[in-house]
Design a protein around this ligand. Sequence first.
Ligand SMILES: Nc1ncnc2c1ncn2[C@@H]1O[C@H](COP(=O)(O)OP(=O)(O)OP(=O)(O)O)[C@@H](O)[C@H]1O
Ligand SMILES: Nc1ncnc2c1ncn2[C@@H]1O[C@H](COP(=O)(O)OP(=O)(O)OP(=O)(O)O)[C@@H](O)[C@H]1O
Ligand SMILES: [Mg+2]
Ligand SMILES: [Mg+2]
Lengths: 251, 251
Amino acid sequence: MGEIYSIVNQKGGVGKTTSAVSMAAILGKRGNKTLLVDLDPQANATSGLGLLDHRFTYTVYDALIHSVEASKAIYPTVIEHLSILAASKDLAGAEIELVSEFNRERFLERSLAPIKDQFDYILIDCPPSLGLLTINALTASDWVIIPVQAEYYALEGLARLTQTIDMVKKALNPQLQIRGIMITMHDKRVGLSRQVEDEARGYFKEKVFQTVIPRNVKLSEAPSFGEPITIYDKKSKGAKAYKSIVKEIFL
Amino acid sequence: MGEIYSIVNQKGGVGKTTSAVSMAAILGKRGNKTLLVDLDPQANATSGLGLLDHRFTYTVYDALIHSVEASKAIYPTVIEHLSILAASKDLAGAEIELVSEFNRERFLERSLAPIKDQFDYILIDCPPSLGLLTINALTASDWVIIPVQAEYYALEGLARLTQTIDMVKKALNPQLQIRGIMITMHDKRVGLSRQVEDEARGYFKEKVFQTVIPRNVKLSEAPSFGEPITIYDKKSKGAKAYKSIVKEIFL
Ligand SMILES: Nc1ncnc2c1ncn2[C@@H]1O[C@H](COP(=O)(O)OP(=O)(O)OP(=O)(O)O)[C@@H](O)[C@H]1O
Ligand SMILES: Nc1ncnc2c1ncn2[C@@H]1O[C@H](COP(=O)(O)OP(=O)(O)OP(=O)(O)O)[C@@H](O)[C@H]1O
Ligand SMILES: [Mg+2]
Ligand SMILES: [Mg+2]
């Protein structure tokens, strides 16, 4: 019950939000009770599910900083079994506010604990950094999924990311494990894409998922309609790839 | 002398580093004494100029946190008049270390002050966040350049970014101004690209540069060779677009 997955990579624009929203929508649609936690002050996962201009009474910021029960900041989405712990802009202040608190790494873990067993899966969309919000996500999680864009810069940060995961595992959360590496925005026609995939498989071996997410313009169009890819265009290459990777990751 | 430009957008993967490295290389090549400051713990600008495995005695972290003279952390690059204030991974700790310091927003300004007049232009590549490193960059700068990827999520964060710039202007740096908005990774064949461009021009009017940077695979290949686009493929669409935008921005 309630397995928690963090979607993490400090490199920006690698497909963390797109992966979190797409996978959460597929899990919800197949009947798994799923919670998507938007832990990014950009609140892209919240708007990717069509809740951009929603007037939230409470958000994940209140659950983290003002000890409001997380259940009060959880909202239904357009997908039956999918709920979201929504983000808003004030989350940007949370990192600085957490710095001087005791147990500053465990605020999210504490706020998810009372609700964890109401869900089959909890996915956490993280901001592009290894700051306290991402550390909170890693401390609260069972698994980590690492999206890697099929581009050069995306490979460079992986050593630092895996080091940070090891540090969290040793100091804060012994059961944390890397579930796998997901290659995103892969373009068969581009040599660099194939090269990055080969290097990732060479280095991380079977930890790299078999399914590769292709670059697919439908995936970048979907958020402008506030819809996950499974609603916007369920027959697209992007939707098919995410369905296949969900089968690989979530048994 | 020594005009300082910050390249800022908290949205990840919008082309901040690619723009900073490309523009700095073009300025250097045309004879302007140029300094590129890598203020991102990912150190992508440093590796984009071929200095990834370089053993730096000092980096921008030492200049910020240990008051080492910035000139000691400045290194030459493959381009004659271009130098880099290099970054390393330890910069990741700087944000937390700065939080409890007095005048925590002015550390970069203070470290650039003694060297500012040795250059015609100083460009600062920022991380994908609005935390203390980016605030330090804005406080030290005369101008801000905002790369916006021609995708939906990239438009959403602009209101928060311009609010933050206004706040820095009022509280910390009255002469700070937005130099302009640069549309990046634009693909003429994709409707979403045209839509994002139209919305950006509708909202920001003449602040959006005329030159649009197209999506061009050569730009994503260049960093894997540690070369700026002007060396990797100076006849590419990407190189031509950056040359044209440099003429628009830097008189
Ligand atoms: N497979 C894909 N094909 C085409 N476009 C994609 C794909 N995946 C994501 N995108 C688009 O690329 C951009 C970056 O993706 P996304 O915002 O999901 O990345 P992110 O890692 O969450 O970014 P950030 O670091 O800012 O949080 C978005 O505009 C998104 O719509
Ligand atoms: N015009 C372009 N055409 C094609 N690819 C591009 C273009 N501009 C940048 N890229 C590629 O897109 C990716 C993101 O660009 P870049 O790393 O410069 O963005 P960034 O805003 O600096 O990211 P971060 O938020 O992580 O600092 C990189 O792999 C880069 O090589
Ligand atoms: Mg995101
Ligand atoms: Mg960058």
